[in-house]
Design a protein around this ligand. Structure first.
Ligand code: NDP
Length: 444
């Protein structure tokens, strides 16, 4: 049996009931076959792949807090410190009822390669809890965040592990967690990113993932003789990534016509009204029915459906496995030319393979949404030098980083005889840097 297959089997056997983690490992290792085969003897001897798929450390803890009725609630907190070969662990905190150790491990594993692709010195980690901030009062969210940080603070620090936001963890939650970290440690340091601008946050961090998604999509289209101008675009989600992807797509001359949340989706043939979407989602924290009610051109549909609309480009920006084979078939039948993942692993493996077979340009999340973590690393730099850069400075660096990411995955795909396969290119380019650093640092 090949080394890659052996390690995939081992991961499935040793990590039962973690399908998302299995999926992420398979997706990465399958596309590394050519690299692994070329170095098989050395990698086997060093157990490089076994070390790569085993987190350096996994922390699970109880998070008790008191709700507004005086009832004690108990959630589970997680931090998976996956790989620190190229820098301190870096990755977000997801607060969503679906969170479990398998989800956090899949996200942490992906984060290793994503962070490597940014070209910045950050290792891979991820964390979160099965707490659901939806429907909770500000006091309840604060009680949870303070309890969560009371335990997490033992394992993180500006030079060891720097968490950030993710689904359910926005500026409010980061603020409460940062305050508690400072109170417990007495340290005013850049231990979290995604902070507010008055206490060490970076300009352009809020916009970075969505903007970065469009910068890399534009670069990829340009290198293939096309561009965003005049293109119709389907976006899923209506959170941080989706909102700023829609905004930048419009600035580049594209026309996003959809968005969604976990209950339904909007088709707005005149183009999404970003100001209204921000008002509904960022200010009122309301459902998309409120968007439809305020906008005569918009149609609201219950359930799933953004991929059924005829578009040139699809940008999944909600959650994992939200674009399946049937959706991919519909996109292809409607003439879609490009898919770039704003979310983490939103496209199933079957759908990804189908899109690639049909010649759709496909940029995986670990490259396409790396603008968020890259700008988090820029926030860390600003915190270290006690300076704040202008929006234009940060945005300029972000544009360069996203262009460089595209070229590093394009070059890696070409070098290994898989031109145009950006999934393989991203995995190979991300992996090689981490593998080299691990080798140089010995068996640790
Ligand atoms: P938000 O919480 O701001 O928004 C998430 C959006 O996705 C919401 O519209 C939400 O709808 C929808 N959603 C969440 N879960 C589901 C589900 N199970 N089914 C359908 N819709 C769902 O998160 P972000 O925008 O920050 O994150 C979106 C994705 O991007 C995630 O995969 C995240 O890991 C990834 N990402 C985020 C980065 C960032 O900087 N924020 C960086 C890199 C990746 P509802 O409001 O109804 O819950």
């Amino acid at each position: 049996m090949s080394y890659v297959d052996e390690v995939i089997e081992l991961v499935v056997a040793k990590n039962p009931a973690q399908p998302e983690f299995h999926q992420a490992v398979k997706e990465v290792l399958e596309s590394l076959r050519v690299v692994v085969e070329a170095n098989e003897e050395e990698y086997r001897k060093d157990a490089l792949l076994e070390r790569m798929v085993n987190p350096e450390r996994q922390i699970m803890f109880r998070v008790p807090w008191v709700d507004d009725k005086g009832q004690v609630q108990v959630n589970t907190g997680y931090r998976v410190q996956f790989n620190s070969a190229i820098g301190p662990y870096k990755g977000g905190l997801r607060l969503h009822p679906s969170v479990n150790i398998g989800i956090i491990k899949f996200l942490g594993f992906e984060q290793i390669f994503k962070n490597s692709l940014t070209g910045l010195p950050i290792g891979g980690g991820k964390g979160g809890s099965d707490f659901d901030p939806k429907g909770k009062s500000d006091r309840e969210v604060m009680a949870f965040c303070q309890s969560f940080m009371t335990e997490l603070m033992k394992y993180i620090g500006a030079d060891t592990d720097v968490p950030a936001g993710d689904i359910g963890t926005g500026a409010r939650e980061i603020g409460f967690m940062y305050g508690q970290y400072k109170r417990l440690t007495g340290l005013y340091e850049g231990v979290l990113t995604g902070k507010g601008l008055t206490y060490g946050g970076s300009l352009a961090r809020t916009e970075a993932t969505g903007y970065g998604l469009l910068y890399i999509t534009e670069e990829m289209l340009k290198c293939n003789g096309s561009d965003i101008k005049g293109k119709t675009i389907a976006v899923s989600g209506s959170g941080n990534v989706a909102i700023y992807a829609i905004q930048k797509a419009q600035q580049l001359g594209g026309k996003p016509v959809t968005c969604s949340d976990s209950t339904g989706w909007i088709y707005d043939p005149e183009g999404i009204d970003v100001a209204l979407l921000k008002e509904v989602k960022e200010v009122k924290r309301a459902r998309l029915t409120e968007y439809a009610a305020a906008r005569p051109s918009a149609q609201y549909h219950e359930g799933k459906g953004v991929w059924s609309v005829k578009v040139d480009i699809a940008l999944p920006c909600a959650t994992q496995n939200e674009l399946d084979l049937e959706d991919a078939k519909q996109l292809v039948a409607n003439g879609c030319i490009a898919v770039a993942e704003g979310a983490n692993m939103p496209t199933t493996m079957e759908a990804t393979e189908y899109l690639q077979e049909k010649g759709v340009w496909f940029i995986p999340g670990k490259a396409a949404n790396a603008g968020g973590v890259a700008t988090s690393a820029l926030e860390m730099s600003q915190n270290s030098e006690r300076l704040s850069w202008t929006f234009e400075e940060v945005d300029g660096k972000l544009q360069n980083i996203m262009k460089n990411i595209f070229h590093s995955l394009d070059d890696a795909a070409k070098k290994y005889g898989m031109e145009g396969n950006y999934v393989a290119g991203a995995n190979i380019a991300g992996f090689l840097k981490v593998a080299e650093a691990m080798k140089a640092q010995g068996i640790v």
